[in-house]
Design a protein around this ligand. Structure first.
Ligand SMILES: Nc1ncnc2c1ncn2[C@@H]1O[C@H](COP(=O)(O)OP(=O)(O)OP(=O)(O)O)[C@@H](O)[C@H]1O
Ligand SMILES: [Mg+2]
Length: 252
C-alpha cells in the first residue's frame, strides 16, 4: 500500500507532436482503487508509463511514499503484454523479477505457480509465453506483476483481452486486495464495479475527477470526452438485448 503524488506532469513525445499530457496533477491515497478513463489517445498509457518510471516526463514530478514513509515503487502490467514476456516458459517469466531480487529457484517456482493460480492460469506454467493467446498472455503478465508485491499496482487495459469469466475473476481479485491500484481503461463497466474513484482524461488533460459512480452515469459529460455510458446503465443495451431474446424465442 502506498500514496502517490502526481505533480504537474506534462509530456511531449517529440517536438512536432501535440502534448500527450498537459499539466496533470492528482494524488492517490493508500489502498484506493483509481480508474483512469479516457478515449483512445487521451494519454492513459503515457501517464501509467510515467508513474512506473518507464518514461521520463518532459516536466513535473512523481512521488510514491510507502507505508513506512520511504520511497515506494510501482509495478505495471502493460497494455501489450508481449512487451513483458520473454523467458522460455511462463513460470520462469512470472518468477523473473523475484529471482533477480534473490529468491532461490525452488521458492521462485512455487511462488510463480501460486501467482499463476491466482489468475486461473496454473495450467499455463510450462508453456512458451510467445505461443499463448492474447488473454493468456494478459493473465501471465498480471501474475508477473502480482508476485512482485510492489507498493502500487498499475494495470493498463487489463480486461481488454480477457473472456467474461476471466474478467469477472480479475475484478474480484482486485477487489479483494488492499493494494493501491490504478487501472487505465475505457471499460467503464469495470470502473463502475471496481473503482472508488475515476479520473477522466481528455486530450492529455484531466477533464474531471470524481468518486464512483458520479460522472460515469452522466451521458452528456461522457459524450463531451468521446466516451459512452457503461453498458450496465445504458438503456439501449437493455432494449436491444430484450429484442434479441424475443426474436430468437419466435424463431422455430
Ligand atoms: N511512443 C510514442 N511516440 C510518439 N507519440 C506517442 C507515443 N506513444 C503515444 N503517443 C501519442 O501520445 C498520445 C497519448 O497516447 P497514449 O498511448 O498515452 O493514449 P491512451 O489513452 O493510452 O490510448 P489507448 O486507449 O489507445 O490505449 C497519443 O496522441 C499518441 O499518439
Ligand atoms: Mg493505452
Amino acid at each position: 500500500m502506498a500514496r502517490l503524488i502526481v505533480k504537474n506532469i506534462s509530456h511531449c513525445y517529440d517536438r512536432t507532436a501535440a502534448q500527450a499530457l498537459d499539466a496533470v496533477s492528482f494524488s492517490v491515497e493508500q489502498g484506493q482503487r483509481l480508474c483512469i478513463a479516457g478515449a483512445n489517445g487521451s494519454g492513459k498509457s503515457t501517464l501509467l508509463h510515467i508513474i512506473a518510471s518507464c518514461v521520463k516526463p518532459s516536466s513535473g514530478e512523481i512521488s510514491i511514499e510507502n507505508e513506512g514513509g520511504a520511497k515506494g515503487r510501482a509495478g505495471i502490467v502493460f497494455q501489450e503484454p508481449d512487451n513483458q514476456l520473454f523467458m522460455p516458459t511462463v513460470w520462469e517469466d512470472v518468477a523473473f523479477g523475484i529471482i533477480k531480487k534473490g529468491a532461490n529457484p525452488e521458492e521462485a517456482r512455487e511462488r510463480a505457480l501460486a501467482a499463476l493460480a491466482e489468475v486461473d492460469a496454473a495450467h499455463l506454467a510450462e508453456r512458451a509465453p510467445h505461443n499463448l493467446s492474447g488473454g493468456e498472455k494478459q493473465r501471465a503478465a498480471l501474475a508477473g506483476a502480482l508476485i512482485m508485491e510492489r507498493d502500487i499496482l498499475l494495470l493498463d487495459e487489463p480486461t481488454a483481452a480477457l473472456d467474461p469469466r476471466a474478467r469477472k475473476n480479475l475484478i474480484n481479485l482486485l477487489k479483494n486486495q488492499r493494494r493501491t491500484t490504478i487501472i487505465a481503461s475505457h471499460d467503464l463497466d469495470m470502473a463502475l464495479e471496481l473503482a472508488d474513484r475515476v479520473i477522466f482524461l481528455h486530450q492529455g488533460r484531466i477533464a474531471a475527477d470524481c468518486p464512483v459512480p458520479g460522472l460515469l452515469l452522466d451521458e452528456d459529460f461522457l459524450q463531451t470526452i468521446a466516451l459512452e455510458l457503461p453498458l450496465a446503465v445504458c438503456g439501449t443495451f437493455r432494449k436491444t438485448h430484450s429484442k434479441v431474446r424475443f426474436s430468437s424465442a419466435q424463431t422455430p
